[in-house]
Design a binder for this molecule. Structure first.
Ligand code: PEP
Length: 252
């Protein structure tokens, strides 16, 4: 991995966590010691209700807090939605966009995710743009084409290594305990890098590509050691500070 691509381990809490769970984020901040902070970036994305408290709680730590989605507009008549500006105001520095659960549950299209990424940048947030194929698409051998189409359709033209992270999350691996081999992951990440290079030239070498899907302490080293893998997007195992930190420490 080129020196400029600093690894990122990001936790996606999804719709989990009450005020009482904020202690886990404090424990992550505690465990994110100087050795780890010298090596990798660490991010936790709790539900929106906890962003403000979490960001305040970890203000003295290099641990960063993010959101899990944002609306494309800055404000307006959009009941129940949250804008990128609101997340930034609450202390978030990044936002996950286009997670497969949002693509499925909320019918989010590539075009919507593109607009949300531009909204994230407008508010000064890093956009973590998720892509990934279904089991049927993988079995049919269409995964490269699907992922390439998603990257072309949801990563906006002004993406840079500073404002954008891509997360490859095969849907069949999310929350299932099934994982692709490190070789399979490297192959898809290489294909994503090639699509980014067609779009962004040399800058594509600096854009981080995370792997997500059943990353656990016992498989992290192999998955994160694969070529072109610049970190992890972690769901279930990010809910416990010990597990999340154990994944992060696979870089030490
Ligand atoms: C996710 O949903 O982003 C994810 C990777 O979940 P899990 O780690 O639980 O598979």
């Amino acid at each position: 991995m080129p020196a400029e691509r600093r690894p990122l381990v990001a936790g996606n809490w999804k719709m989990n966590g009450l005020k009482a769970s904020a202690g886990e984020i404090g424990a992550v901040a505690q465990g994110y010691d100087a050795a780890l902070a010298a090596r990798i970036d660490l991010l936790v994305c709790p539900p929106a209700t906890l962003v403000c408290k979490a960001a305040a709680d970890v203000a003295q730590s290099p641990l960063v807090i993010g959101g899990q989605d944002c609306h494309a507009k800055a404000c307006g008549a959009h009941t129940g939605d949250i804008s990128a500006e609101m997340l930034a105001d609450a202390g978030a520095k990044a936002v996950i966009l286009g997670h497969s659960e949002r693509r499925a549950d909320h019918h989010e299209s590539d075009e919507m995710i593109w607009q949300k990424a531009e909204a994230a940048w407008r508010a000064g947030l890093t956009a973590i743009i998720c892509v990934g194929e279904t089991e049927e698409q993988r079995t049919a051998g269409h995964h490269h084409a699907v992922v390439a189409r998603q990257v072309r359709g949801s990563v906006p033209d002004d993406a840079t290594p500073e404002n954008t992270v891509v997360a490859y999350e095969p849907i069949w691996a999310i929350g299932t305990g099934l994982v692709p081999t490190p070789e399979d992951v490297a192959e898809v990440h290489g294909a994503i890098r090639a699509v980014l290079a067609q779009r962004f030239g040399e800058a594509a070498q600096g854009i981080r590509i995370l792997y997500g899907g059943s990353v656990k302490p016992d498989n992290a080293k192999a998955l994160l050691g694969a070529a072109d893998v610049d970190g992890a997007l972690v769901g279930g195992a990010s809910l416990k500070a010990d597990d999340f930190l154990a994944i992060a420490r696979s870089y030490l």
